[in-house]
Each structure stands twice: as structure tokens, then as C-alpha cells.
Ligand binder design. Structure first.
Ligand SMILES: C[S@@+](CC[C@H](N)C(=O)[O-])C[C@H]1O[C@@H](n2cnc3c(N)ncnc32)[C@H](O)[C@@H]1O
Length: 224
């Protein structure tokens, strides 16, 4: 599998605005296929939690269901059309969310400020995934958890199909990439220890395979 990387400098300067994608996102097969997996991301949440690229707020009902009394939920979303829907979802579900206009590559929070960071199909879309991962590590407290649910590049004929479809897919799906080696990127970070990683029988080609996992920020002072 090979990864097509976009030059970060050229894309991060652009505004992120996909009104049509935001309007139809909840009708697409991908978020529906992920519904059964969202419980994994939100299990036993407590303390200060940050969700990256919360989209239309599909995670919020799951967060409300299991919320502990001390939960302080924060979310970032750079696309104004997505963010407006997320704010509505927060109101409808009754979840208190500190929702901000920000990118994963430049998080508006101090170092060591979150117990848990969540990413649900976000590292496929961020413009500079390496910079975003550095930010996750920076804002996590030592011992804090990074939980993810992501579709990644496939092997074999599926991978070749993804490479062919990727340019069209990026345009149709709000900048989403099909071919990223997201798990390799996460596992390769020296400040993160792998707790578990699992490939799932979920999702719809070409946005498969879907992988979920939990990594923990090491406690030994290594921050990247
Ligand atoms: C496929 S959607 C996933 C939405 C949501 N996390 C979910 O689980 O349904 C990807 C989201 O990432 C957002 N996004 C794009 N670039 C981003 C960036 N640089 N940092 C954070 N989020 C970004 C998009 O606006 C979109 O809402």
C-alpha cells in the first residue's frame, strides 16, 4: 500500500468549507457503518476529553449515554458547516461541549491538558496527519489515552483500487484520503504506547479496512 501525501503548506492555508458534504454526511454509508463502533471510543469517559474533527456531532449521543459526573467535553471542528450541525447536535442531545473552530494540526490548548483524545475518521481527512499526531501527544497528559477509529489504506487489489479512486474521493468526501497508513503513523510514534489495535469487519469499500485502537502517552517524558 502506498500513501499519497498532499503538501501540507499548500492545503493548510486554504479554508476548510464543504457545505454539500456537511449537508449529506449523515446520510452517507460511512458514518452509519461506524455507529456500532462509536461505543468503543466513548467507553468509561471521564475527566477532560477532546474530540478531534467532530463533524456533525455524531459522537455526542454516545458521549451523553455514558457520561460521568466529572466529564468535561471539548471538541474542535474547522469546517463551519459541520460545526454548525455539531452545535445543533450538542443542543439536541443536551451535551455540554466546548466546541471550537480549530484544526488538529494546531490545537488551542496547553500542553498536558487532556485525559483522553478521540479521533473518529479524522486522520483520513486532516491536511497534515504528522503535525496532528504531534499535537495529540502534546495536549495529552502523561498516561492519557488516544483512542481512534479510522479507515486506512488496504493491501492488494483493494489498495490499488483505493489509489485509483483517491483523487475523486478526496473531492467528493470533504478532503478524505483512502490510502493513508494511519496505524503505522500512530504505532511509530515514540511517545505513544500501544494498548490495543484491532482491524474490524466493518465499513464499505473503498473506505475499508476500519481499524480501532487505544494508545497511551508514555509517562517517561518522551513527547516526540
Ligand atoms: C469524515 S469526517 C468525520 C466526522 C466525525 N469525526 C465522525 O466521526 O463522524 C472528517 C472531519 O474532519 C474535519 N477536518 C478536516 N480537516 C481537519 C483538520 N485539519 N483538523 C480537524 N478536523 C478536520 C472535517 O471537517 C470533518 O468534519
Amino acid at each position: 500500500m502506498s500513501e499519497q501525501r498532499s503538501p501540507p503548506a499548500a492545503t493548510t492555508a486554504d479554508e476548510i468549507s464543504h457545505p454539500v458534504f456537511a449537508a449529506i454526511y449523515d446520510l452517507c454509508p460511512e458514518p452509519e457503518a461506524l455507529e456500532a463502533q462509536r461505543g468503543y471510543l466513548v467507553r468509561d469517559l471521564s475527566g477532560r476529553v477532546l474530540e478531534l474533527g467532530c463533524g456533525t456531532g455524531d459522537m455526542f449521543p454516545f458521549v451523553v449515554d455514558g457520561a460521568s459526573d466529572d466529564l468535561e467535553y471539548h471538541a474542535i471542528e474547522p469546517d463551519p458547516h459541520m460545526r454548525r450541525r455539531a452545535a445543533e447536535a450538542a443542543r439536541e442531545t443536551g451535551l455540554a461541549v466546548d466546541l471550537r473552530d480549530a484544526r488538529a494540526e494546531s490545537l488551542p490548548y496547553p500542553d498536558d491538558s487532556f485525559d483522553v483524545v478521540l479521533a473518529g475518521v479524522v486522520f483520513c481527512t486532516v491536511q497534515d496527519p504528522d503535525a496532528a499526531l504531534e499535537e495529540v501527544v502534546r495536549v495529552l497528559k502523561p498516561g492519557g489515552e488516544f483512542r481512534f477509529l479510522e479507515h486506512v489504506g488496504a493491501d492488494g487489489w483493494r489498495g490499488r483500487g483505493q489509489e485509483l479512486l483517491d483523487p475523486i474521493w478526496q473531492r467528493a468526501a470533504g478532503g478524505c484520503h483512502l490510502t493513508r497508513d494511519t496505524v503505522g503513523r500512530f504505532v511509530g510514534h515514540e511517545a505513544l504506547a500501544v494498548e490495543e489495535i484491532e482491524s474490524l469487519e466493518a465499513g464499505v469499500f473503498p473506505a475499508t479496512p476500519i481499524v480501532r485502537g487505544t494508545l497511551r502517552r508514555r509517562n517517561d517524558g518522551v513527547v516526540g
